[in-house]
Design a protein around this ligand. Structure first.
Ligand code: AFP
Length: 292
């Protein structure tokens, strides 16, 4: 029998459920607009990256729509240098990567939205998230969420988001690896680790959008990493808007997250725009990384 996202969220706090449902609805609006918003904007984001019209628009759309809910207090977005204050009375603080992997738009490869939801004020450790989710625009639109009750995946259909897979657990043994950054920039020990994976028959799958690459690991098992690089020891991914939500999801799916030393969820953020080396996947893969 078909189960909708709303039905699945019936036992979750009603305001949190409405927020997750709302984000799913906004994601559909954004997806429908992507063909018309592909160009480059004449601005850079806080990380000095040229923004696309789509990035900026997705960000504005999410913020405007979330304002209307009345339950969002603040938002930390990849597109804003500071915390965006929404409603002092709001109950939730939200982190947004409004269009993850946006450089994939031009080639029509995967992009998506990554969201973390907190009751605590931001910035705080990822372990305080009450929920995390992502929406993946691939051949289909899927929504993956955890409200700390396991990881569940929904598929966008004419009936709305319907349950595709409940309580996803990372398959054992993990099959894939997807690693960002130039190979010549990887730390020597990490390079050896990857060569070992290759020798054991792990398959490379890398698409250049965290949402898409992560989703493959969730379904096939293995490891996704944007590692510490020789010239960029903090890697590329953003702690608050990218690493924290995905770390909660992977840990809820029975996997592990690490910055090379400990669970990413335990890291105390020093600033909103901090980057972090990311290693997420099956526990046994991540344990080995921590031993390097
Ligand atoms: P964009 O949003 O600029 O496309 O960056 C995407 C991203 O932050 C993350 O989604 C990917 O995992 C990573 O960067 C890809 O980086 P490379 O282009 O260096 O592979």
């Amino acid at each position: 029998m078909i189960q909708t996202l709303k039905e699945h969220l019936e036992t979750t706090d009603s305001e949190l459920a409405s927020l997750i449902i709302k984000i799913g609805e906004i994601a559909e609006i954004i997806s429908a607009e992507l063909p018309y918003r592909r160009g480059k904007a004449d601005t850079k984001n806080v990380f000095g990256e040229v923004q696309l019209v789509a990035d900026k628009w997705a960000d504005e759309c999410l913020i405007e729509e979330l304002k209307k809910t009345g339950i969002v207090k603040t938002i930390v977005s990849e597109e804003h240098p500071d915390i965006v204050k929404i409603n002092e009375q709001g109950k939730y603080n939200v982190t947004l990567d409004p269009l993850d992997g946006s450089s994939n738009i031009e080639t029509n490869n995967s992009v998506g939205i990554i969201v973390g939801i907190y009751k605590k004020d931001l910035p705080t450790q990822g372990k305080h998230q009450v929920a995390a989710m992502y929406i993946l625009y691939g051949p289909m639109i899927t929504l993956v969420y955890t409200a700390r009750n396991g990881v569940h995946e929904f598929l966008r259909t004419k009936e709305g988001f319907i349950l595709k897979e409940e309580n996803i657990k990372l398959p054992e043994p993990g099959q894939l690896y997807g690693i960002g950054g130039l190979r010549k920039e990887w730390q020597p020990k990490f390079k050896e680790y990857v060569e070992e994976l290759e020798a054991k028959g792990s398959k490379l799958r890398y698409g250049g959008a965290f949402v898409g690459d992560f989703n493959q690991v969730l379904h096939y098992g293995g490891i996704f990493s944007y590692p510490a690089l020789i010239t960029k020891p903090q890697g590329k991914l953003r702690l608050l808007v990218e690493a924290f939500p995905m770390s909660l999801i992977i840990e809820q799916a029975g996997g592990a997250s690490s910055n090379g030393e400990k669970s990413i969820l335990e890291i105390e953020p020093k600033d909103l725009n901090q980057r972090i080396p990311v290693y997420v996947g099956n526990k046994e893969f991540i344990k080995k990384i921590e031993k390097l």
